[in-house]
Write a protein that binds this ligand. Structure first.
Ligand SMILES: [Zn+2]
Length: 403
């Protein structure tokens, strides 16, 4: 048994604790969380590590990454959305298989170093999922599906075959790339297959105005520049906003996760809430690609389950989810408590890990991070949000890395 303690501890599922500690059992589960003084009395035999000038939090949950892209050369941030996608396609085509595999491994370890205990990662390269590091964060793995026309759906679903996952990863479900690259049959079959295997359906949704224009009219930069430069037939225009289209076809629901959700009218937010669709917001990616800011305030107020994601290193610039948390406070008008919740327990809700991860509570995994306190304020959530640098990361109670 051990006690991990600091001047401030945020269990997230309960109010902050000054001079708090987590009592961790030898099985890697949390036995109790509370004031250090009390827990020392309860478990006098436990060894204590007190982290000076630090705040203890649950490990972060990064709800959207493309780790396989982590080792590809960066793309200038001033690219427009479609130009950026074309650049990604070009970089992927000129990369060697080992570039993707190195990205998976190094990207996962970098996320861990930055305090992330769980990642929802999507891959498109065959066999990439076998390369998540055994000693890395827990990875919910999703395979990407691109299938613009019905004839290609079966093949896209069958190949590549799902590879064996290392013990640090599990089947998260399928990732239908986006409404401009996946036809209705693709969405239907991907959802059916993911549910059948106990997973979820992820999709990029309403990321750019180009996507909305393409859905409504079949025209615009996606038709002209994207499909004009790749030898593939685009899906037909639906005449509907992508959220209306997926809702009408029963693709939205509590096992569906919409990533980005930037270009929404109020009624689309209502639809996502009513269908209990989860949303993953990626503030820095949206900012860097110039697609606008999601209506994070309204999405949260609608009662939607919300997590945060970095998106790929190519759009975010790095894999530091804490920066997304800070940008969410700035752009969405979230309180520090709301942003920290989204990056931890909110993400656990999106991935179906409630009761297991995302908070510091008896019975949950001791996935714990320690960050440096710099601000001497009175509000513990503000102090935590202003914290700098990940000083230590524990997975199942075991220290994995410290700065
Ligand atoms: Zn993405």
């Amino acid at each position: 048994m051990k006690l991990i303690a600091a001047p401030l501890l945020l269990p997230v599922a309960a109010p902050p604790i000054r001079d708090g500690a987590a009592l961790v059992g030898d099985d890697g589960l949390i036995l109790a969380v509370g004031p250090l003084r009390e827990l020392t009395r309860t478990a006098p035999e436990a060894s204590t590590t007190f982290h000076e000038d630090s705040v203890i939090l649950p490990a972060l949950i990064n709800c959207h990454t493309h780790l396989e892209l982590s080792s590809l050369p960066p793309i200038a941030c001033d690219s427009l959305f479609v130009e950026w996608i074309l650049e990604v396609v070009r970089r992927k085509r000129s990369a060697a298989p080992e570039d993707f595999l190195r990205g998976i491994k190094n990207g996962a370890l970098e996320c861990l170093r930055l305090g992330q205990g769980v990642l929802a990662d999507v891959t498109s390269v065959e066999g990439a999922e076998r390369h998540y590091p055994e000693e890395g964060p827990l990875v919910a793995h999703f395979r990407e599906l691109i299938a613009p026309s019905p004839e290609g759906v079966e093949m896209a679903l069958e190949r590549p075959k799902d590879g064996a996952l290392p013990k640090s990863a599990y089947y998260g479900g399928l990732f239908a790339h986006a409404p401009y690259t996946v036809c209705l049959e693709g969405y239907e079959k991907a959802l059916g297959k993911a549910l059948q295997k106990g997973g979820r359906l992820y999709t990029h949704l309403a990321e750019s105005l180009d996507e909305v224009e393409f859905a409504l009219t079949g025209g615009g930069p996606i038709a002209e520049e994207l499909y004009g430069n790749i030898p593939v037939n685009p899906p037909a225009a639906t005449g509907l906003h992508p959220v209306d289209w997926l809702a009408r076809n029963n693709i939205l629901g509590e096992n569906t996760v919409a990533v980005h959700a930037v270009n929404l009218l109020s009624r689309h937010i209502e639809i996502l809430a009513k269908t209990r669709t989860s949303v993953v917001l990626c503030p820095r990616s949206n900012e860097n690609l110039g697609v606008g800011a999601a209506r994070g305030r309204a999405i949260l107020d609608a009662g939607i389950r919300v997590g945060l994601g970095t998106d790929s290193l190519l759009s975010a610039g790095d894999l530091d989810l804490w920066k997304d948390l800070l940008l969410a406070i700035d752009r969405y008008g979230w309180s520090p408590a709301e942003a920290i919740f989204a990056a931890t327990l909110g993400g656990a809700g999106v991935l179906g890990l409630l009761g297991e991860r995302g908070a510091l509570k008896a019975g949950m995994k001791a996935d714990i991070i320690v960050r440096g306190l710099v601000a001497k304020g009175t509000d513990p959530w503000e102090m935590a949000a202003a914290s700098q640098g990940t000083r230590a990361v524990y997975l199942s109670g075991r220290e994995t890395c410290s700065a």
